[in-house]
Design a protein around this ligand. Structure first.
Ligand code: A3P
Length: 299
């Protein structure tokens, strides 16, 4: 049964990959933010959008003040590919900014061959799991009117590699290896390090995006202003993110309206301590060690 399911999943993935390839022709100037859900997508969408568009907007007209970061940077899969009709994205102004959760091996061929920039952010698996569990429970109860997920069952599946967009370790390793091979094309960021040293990593991000901060901007505090604008505290307290809603899934009968506030929960490092038991903690440590050891990648 498991083998049959795997075969079916592989077939579905092949169909999706063909569809993505048919639809999406990447341009060398594109910027693609790729993450596993709950790794900091919302934060990075806001940062990338603000860095790239910093000369177009100021405090009086910045889109992030009135729109969710998920509107400013759409998801390729859910917002664009799934919409009916599929929106024309060829003429979007350059650089086109997109996000997705697609594993490295399933990326459309043109993303690899165009040489566009990929920004990847990873986060400690325990916090990703914790955030994902809270998010899924919230979405299930508020949108689908379903009971919350069992923590034990969901944890068990996560440990077996059954989670959205594939096993945690395969997703992270795929992009980590790509970043070692093509450092100018794939920037690998880490949520915990970004939380610790905003300035260093936001500067790294701007350099990578080919929008480095000038000395003058440094003096004027432009970097600090972007960090402040995109901070958890600031975004979470904006009216649009407190009470607003966003259509996820494009114009399509399967799309859902989601409360923007679900993307802003705690925004902390180490919140898994409040959810996982010591046994779960040790088990996840052990699994990560086994899965990541050969690669010399660690958290
Ligand atoms: P928690 O559930 O641990 O609070 P994603 O955007 O990939 O869906 O990830 C959501 C997680 O990122 C949530 O984590 C959320 O609170 C946190 N987050 C959202 N905006 C953030 C920001 N500006 N800075 C830091 N973390 C943020």
């Amino acid at each position: 049964m498991a083998a049959q399911e795997t075969k079916e999943e592989e077939e579905v993935e092949r169909i999706f990959k063909r569809y993505r390839e048919q639809y999406f022709k990447s341009q060398p100037t594109d910027v693609l933010l790729i993450t596993l859900p709950k790794s900091g997508t919302t934060w990075l969408k806001a940062l990338i959008f603000s860095i790239v568009n910093r000369t177009r907007y100021d405090n009086s007209n910045h889109p992030l003040l009135t729109q969710s970061p998920h509107v400013c940077v759409p998801f390729l899969d859910v917002d664009l590919f799934c919409a009916t009709p599929v929106p024309a994205i060829e003429n979007m102004p350059s650089p086109r900014l997109f996000a997705c959760h697609i594993p490295y091996t399933s990326l459309p061929e043109s993303i690899i061959s165009s040489g566009c920039r990929i920004v990847y952010i990873c986060r400690n698996p325990k916090d990703v799991f914790t955030s994902l569990w809270h998010f899924s429970c919230k979405v299930r109860t508020s949108i689908n009117d379903l009971p919350p997920l069992s923590l034990d069952d969901t944890f068990d599946l996560f440990c077996k590699g059954v989670s959205p967009f594939g096993p945690f370790w395969d997703h992270v390793l795929g992009y980590w290896k790509a970043s070692l091979q093509w450092p100018n094309r794939v920037l690998f960021l880490n949520y915990e390090e970004m939380k610790k040293e905003h300035l260093v990593h936001v500067n790294r991000l701007a350099d990578f995006l080919d929008h480095p901060f000038s000395l003058e901007e440094d003096k004027e505090g432009v970097v600090q202003e972007i960090i402040r604008l995109c901070s958890f505290e600031n975004l979470r307290n904006l009216e649009v993110n407190k009470t607003g809603r966003t259509l996820i899934g494009g114009a399509n009968q399967n799309s859902v309206v989601i409360e923007n506030s679900v993307f802003f929960r705690e925004g902390k490092v180490g919140d898994s301590e409040n959810l996982l038991t010591a046994q779960m903690n040790d088990l996840l440590d052990q699994i990560m060690k086994e899965k990541l050891d050969d690669s010399h990648f660690s958290f």
